[in-house]
Design a protein around this ligand. Structure first.
Ligand code: C2E
Ligand code: MG
Ligand code: MG
Ligand code: MG
Length: 287
């Protein structure tokens, strides 16, 4: 039925697509109200040091508890929030909440073996990068919470920075100079020029889940292994740390450790969860 129809006709003829369109519209109009009503919440997924297995921090992942539809994943509503501009106040709320949370972790757990507090990673949309308040908002949020800039890492996708000119990089550079870490998220999916990395104020590469997926089966695809090995050695030669996403099995973790990756995140260690679970995990491995 759908195969021979053009894109538009298929959408009109498909009742499911129609329902999705209504939902999309419904979600879009409900977004601003949702922020006012406090329907968003954040789950935190631990970032684990591959060398010693200790929890070093967590990535903040926003969710929407919709009164009728239940929990909605960010893949569904972030693009809508970006489209309508609501991502700016929403992103600021996520940052503020996550920074406050990181300060709480610090108060409970103190520093890790390396003398660093648990860090928090927060995702930034491209629209937030071009918003003039980014640097001043971030400074204010850190100061108000009393969190050191070094305990915050902002994640920006590789695709957001492709072909970025100096104007776009300036706020990131200022944040990096203050000590905030910048991570290049979903690395390896954006076809960026590897040599371009030197120009970016980033200190962490987050290897996309696609690479980890290639290692799900044993033996892993030797070409995937070579690619990861190459990226890790390039990253280290540029003084960048490598974090891997989507680690689901112990075998993947072992392989990635052998390949020299620094930090891992994935269901094998923990799914995203409530903030208090992080102290428990961090304190459990300190003992
Ligand atoms: P991301 O930043 O690449 O986050 C990693 C995603 O991978 C998360 O999906 C996480 O739950 C999922 N994940 C973690 N470990 C595993 C694993 O072992 N296996 C599999 N299959 N998946 C794993 P989530 O929470 O649905 O978030 C999706 C995306 O939404 C994020 O991708 C990020 O781009 C965006 N996002 C989430 N929160 C925010 C936010 O506050 N602001 C912005 N701008 N974007 C956000
Ligand atoms: Mg991320
Ligand atoms: Mg990612
Ligand atoms: Mg990803």
């Amino acid at each position: 039925r759908a195969k021979h129809a053009g894109g538009n006709r298929y959408e009109l003829a498909d009742p499911e697509a129609d329902a999705r369109a209504i939902t999309r519209h419904g979600l879009t109009t409900a977004l601003p109200v949702a922020l006012e009503r406090g329907e968003f919440f954040i789950e935190y997924q631990p970032l684990v040091h591959l060398g010693d297995g200790s929890v070093r921090g967590a990535e903040a992942l926003v969710r929407w508890l919709h009164p009728q539809h239940g929990v909605i994943s960010p893949d569904r509503f972030i693009p809508l929030a970006e489209h309508t501009g609501l991502i700016v106040p929403l992103g600021r709320w996520v940052l503020e909440e996550s920074v406050r949370q990181a300060r709480t972790w610090e108060a409970v757990t103190g520093a890790d073996q390396a003398g660093l507090p648990l860090r928090v990673n927060v995702n930034l949309s491209p629209c937030q990068l071009t918003h003039p308040g980014l640097v001043s908002d971030t400074v204010e949020i850190l100061e108000r919470a009393g969190l050191a800039p070094g305990a915050l890492c902002l994640e920006v996708t590789e695709s957001a920075l492709i072909g970025a000119d100096d104007d776009l990089l300036k706020p990131l550079r200022r944040l990096a100079e203050m000590g905030v870490d910048i991570a290049l998220d979903d690395f390896g999916t954006g076809y960026s020029n590897l040599a371009n990395l030197r120009r970016l104020p980033v200190s962490v590469l987050k290897l996309d889940r696609a690479f980890t997926q290639g290692m799900q089966h044993f033996p892993a695809d030797p070409v995937d292994l070579k690619i990861v090995e190459g990226i890790v050695s390039l990253a280290h030669s540029l003084d960048l740390a490598v974090t891997v996403e989507g680690v689901e099995t112990g075998a993947q973790a072992d392989q990635l450790r052998e390949l020299g990756c620094d930090t891992a995140q994935g269901w094998y260690y923990a799914r995203p969860g409530p903030p208090d679970r992080l102290h428990e995990l961090a304190l459990a491995d300190a003992t």
